[in-house]
Design a protein around this ligand. Structure first.
Ligand SMILES: Cc1cc2nc3c(=O)[nH]c(=O)nc-3n(C[C@H](O)[C@H](O)[C@H](O)COP(=O)(O)OP(=O)(O)OC[C@H]3O[C@@H](n4cnc5c(N)ncnc54)[C@H](O)[C@@H]3O)c2cc1C
Length: 459
């Protein structure tokens, strides 16, 4: 039996238990199917593809140092994969592939089809808790986060996480080459792809920022969050590795959910919650509301307003700064994701699916489960979502989370001379003191838009 490893969104050597098992079974070949047309049909962002390509090259070099060859194979759609996989496996004499599961419906269907041509041994390396392992007393998926978290914690309290040890010694120098079909642009170069640099980012965050995360995490002008989402989205780091690293500094982090350092683990558990949800409710991958009740909401078809929102031209500075951050960097702070998603779905009454797709097309950390979860949370259509009547006021959110306007000034230079007191809604100030022509008029009136949303959600 010749075993090989199939990489997907688990682009790491260390902490990749499925890879280690494959290597222990004698695997010395690894495959990666580069399915750009398939991913593009689901709006993958070019910056995420760039990160993926850069990381694949790094991974290929790392693997070759251990005598493992990474074969990167250009593929088109998942429908064509089984036939292509069969050719590759026949050619290399491979009869069993180890891989980590991906949980989206297309990926699950792909694996089912591939299992008809080759034996697949699938692992759950993207998560701490396997989907289906954290359930209510009656054996169902939780529909509220807090009890899910409590049940999740029950499974892992007392457990120390470790990096799994790597089974092979280095053999020879890396000689891995870039495939000709890669179109790297270095768009994503702000995110290093070598493990030493990534470990440094993780450790600096844990050492210098974790204790203040709870206080700082909502302020976009402060670098208070980890910025690790692009690595988690591609499996360059795993949540188990991150918890292991926290436990080195805070051994009892899982035992003390009230301590500030747990607050960050709580976010990793949200990530798990959303993944477990798409497994329990696969229709989430197909654009359905989690809560059917809101199928009756009549979204507005307003391509002009949508475009202004996309371009950061709504006349609400915090919304505009956030959208421009996304367009410019490929990443957006979580507080801002909530504000702009609420603005699109409530103030503009535009379907969350349009915002979800736009985010995917721009985000370096784009990830179906978390993106869908976040959008449906903000649109109030989701599981354990924001109630429809709690509509974020973009002006007070801005006053609260960017009090001196420094984040706004970074991305909306038209407002750089507006005093902090006026920057959150600067229109009267600009009319009185000049500069009105430099910044867009508000797309909607907050009070009117709020009333319209409340009305639309009373279904
Ligand atoms: C509308 C909307 C869309 C979103 N789309 C995505 C997406 O496509 N991909 C994505 O990874 N996250 C998404 N999020 C969640 C969150 O905004 C990002 O994970 C976070 O901003 C990433 O920054 P960070 O790594 O500094 O996070 P940290 O605050 O350092 O958190 C650590 C990790 O926990 C996870 N995490 C944090 N918050 C959440 C959350 N609310 N839901 C699920 N996981 C979370 C992420 O993996 C993150 O890297 C979305 C949130 C909203 C409201």
């Amino acid at each position: 039996m010749k075993t090989a490893f199939w990489f997907r969104r688990d682009l790491r050597i260390y902490g990749n238990e499925a890879l280690i098992e494959a290597v222990n079974e004698g695997a010395r070949d690894a495959l990666f199917f580069y399915c750009k047309p398939q991913w593009q049909s689901h709006n993958v962002a070019s910056i995420q593809l760039d990160l993926l390509e850069r990381r694949l090259l790094e991974l290929g070099s790392q693997l070759s140092e251990f005598g493992i060859r990474l074969h990167i194979i250009e593929a088109s759609t998942f429908a064509e994969l089984p036939a292509q996989l069969q050719v590759v496996c026949d050619d290399k004499g491979i009869d069993c592939l180890y891989a980590n599961k991906e949980y989206e419906v297309n990926e699950v269907a792909r694996d089912e089809a591939c299992e008809t041509v080759i034996s697949l041994k699938l692992f759950d390396g993207d998560l701490v808790a396997k989907p289906g392992s954290v359930l209510t007393g009656s054996g169902e998926m939780f529909k509220v986060f807090t009890p899910f978290k409590k049940a999740w914690l029950k499974c892992f309290v007392g457990q120390q996480f470790h990096f799994s040890s790597w089974p092979l010694d280095k053999q020879h120098e890396a000689n891995f080459k870039k495939p000709t079909f890669f179109e790297m642009t270095n768009e994503s170069e702000k995110w290093p792809v070598d493990d030493n640099a990534i470990v440094t980012i993780v450790n600096r965050f844990i050492k210098d920022k974790l204790a203040d995360y709870q206080d700082d995490r909502d302020f976009p002008a402060i670098k208070g969050t980890s910025g690790l989402s692009p690595y988690l989205a591609l499996g360059i780091v795993s949540p188990k590795q991150l918890i292991a690293q926290i436990q080195l500094h805070y051994p009892e982090v899982l035992e003390n959910p009230s301590k500030p350092e747990f607050c960050w683990v709580n976010e990793l558990i949200w990530r798990e919650f959303y993944r477990h949800l798409i497994v329990a409710f696969p229709r989430l991958c197909k654009g359905f509301n989690f809560n059917d009740k809101y199928n009756a909401v009549r979204w507005r078809d307003d391509s002009q307003a949508f475009e202004l929102w996309c371009n950061g031209q709504t006349g609400y500075p915090i919304v505009d700064a956030a959208m421009r951050q996304l367009n410019k960097t490929g990443w957006m702070h979580n507080r801002l994701r909530m504000i702009v998603a609420s603005f699109l779905t409530k103030h503009l009454l535009i379907d969350w699916r349009e915002g979800e797709a736009y985010f995917m097309s721009k985000l370096i950390d784009g990830d179906l489960a978390s993106n869908n979860g976040g959008w449906q949370w903000a649109a109030s259509t989701g599981c354990d979502a924001q109630p429809y009547f709690r509509i974020f006021n973009p002006i007070t959110q801005s006053e609260k989370f960017d009090p001196d306007g420094s984040f706004i000034r970074t991305y909306v230079p038209e407002l750089k001379n507006v005093p902090a007191k006026h920057i959150h809604f600067p229109h009267d100030y600009l009319a009185a003191f000049g500069g009105k022509e430099d910044y867009v008029e508000p797309l909607v009136d907050h009070k009117e838009a709020r009333a319209r949303a409340l009305d639309a959600f009373k279904v």
